[in-house]
Design a binder for this molecule. Structure first.
Ligand SMILES: Nc1ncnc2c1ncn2[C@@H]1O[C@H](COP(=O)(O)OP(=O)(O)OP(=O)(O)O)[C@@H](O)[C@H]1O
Ligand SMILES: [Mg+2]
Length: 296
């Protein structure tokens, strides 16, 4: 059974997409079958992995992106799957095992124009579609926006685990606190639609510190985050196995450049010490996520 994982924090720009794309790539390199689902209308993960030319085609015709499945009877999730998404300049497959369900800017329509069916809300329809695909994977990873509105609810409803990327600052702590509140609210709202087959509702399993600058001491923000996590554990609002990940991902120029190159860092192949270090961070983080699965 696939592990279904959402990366969310109510604070934007903390590195949700960067961590998710790079972890997805490391997992695929380890031979895991990985499906990345882009549920953020900004489409950052899709533009990154498809590169602009391929993504533009989907964005301009409005088809082939996740929003199409909410148009009744039109498209199935499995029809828009991009297999082995990472390609080289001449179309050669660079990373077999990493598939993408892309999004485009029209996903924003789900938040306003779309009329939800109270009998079958968008997240329920989405979960039924995903069920047709998920057995083909070891990991299904949801890239989420910094909120739990309709698009994100699709991922949260299907996921069993949530990881919260964070920067070592006060706003990430506020974002994490808000995340736990909103997650609980959504679980209450959607409880009647859950089936035993879906497994437990997504619980926060971990916090991952990202973009750590060299020489910066993060002990104080880390301690504050740990205190908040402990409170939530006592209140049973996060998983009992939830933790702050040992792996901290360093701030590295290559993470920003990788987006423009249309490659995850593991495929960039530039051997500088900074690149090697951050790549090791992503590898260790992936192994830690695999290990966290043994505690579930
Ligand atoms: N470890 C890192 N080192 C250097 N830059 C990073 C690192 N992680 C993320 N960034 C940069 O920080 C910016 C925000 O990252 P990212 O888009 O992954 O955040 P996000 O949480 O997904 O944002 P949003 O809330 O908008 O979806 C990007 O420009 C990204 O390249
Ligand atoms: Mg993002």
């Amino acid at each position: 059974m696939a592990r279904k994982i959402a990366f969310i924090n109510y604070k934007g720009g903390v590195g949700k997409t960067s961590l998710l794309v790079n972890v997805a790539a490391c997992l695929a390199k380890l031979g895991k079958r990985v499906l990345l689902l882009d549920l953020d209308t900004q489409s950052n993960a899709s533009i990154w992995l498809l590169r602009l030319e391929r993504w533009n085609k989907i964005n301009s015709n409005g088809e082939g992106a996740v929003f199409s499945i909410f148009d009744p009877g039109k498209t199935r999730l499995k029809d828009i799957l991009v297999k082995d998404v990472v390609e080289g300049k001449t179309g050669e497959k660079l990373l077999p095992g990493l598939d993408l369900i892309p999004t485009t800017f029209n996903l924003v329509n789900l938040e306003d124009e779309f009329e939800d069916d109270p009998v079958k809300p968008a997240y329920l329809l989405f979960s039924e579609e995903l069920r047709e695909l998920e057995d083909d994977y070891d990991f299904v990873l949801f890239d989420c926006p910094p909120n739990i509105l309709r698009a994100c609810q699709c991922g949260v409803f299907c996921a069993n685990e949530v990881y919260a990327p964070a920067n070592p600052d006060a706003l990430s702590l506020i974002g994490f606190t808000l995340l736990v509140e909103k997650l609980q609210r959504f679980h209450k709202l959607s409880a009647s639609f859950r089936t035993a087959q879906m497994g437990p509702p997504a619980a926060v399993q971990g916090i991952i510190f990202n973009s750590i600058k060299a020489g910066v001491d993060i002990e104080v923000p880390k301690m504050r985050m740990q205190l908040r996590m402990n409170q939530f554990k006592t209140q049973r609002r996060v998983a009992s196995s939830a933790k702050i990940f040992e792996t901290q991902v360093r701030d590295a120029t290559i993470v920003r450049r990788a987006v423009a190159l249309g490659l995850p860092v593991i495929l960039v192949g530039q051997e500088t010490v900074e690149t090697d270090n951050v790549l090791n961070d992503f590898r260790r983080l992936s192994l830690e996520i695999i290990k966290q699965g043994e505690l579930l």
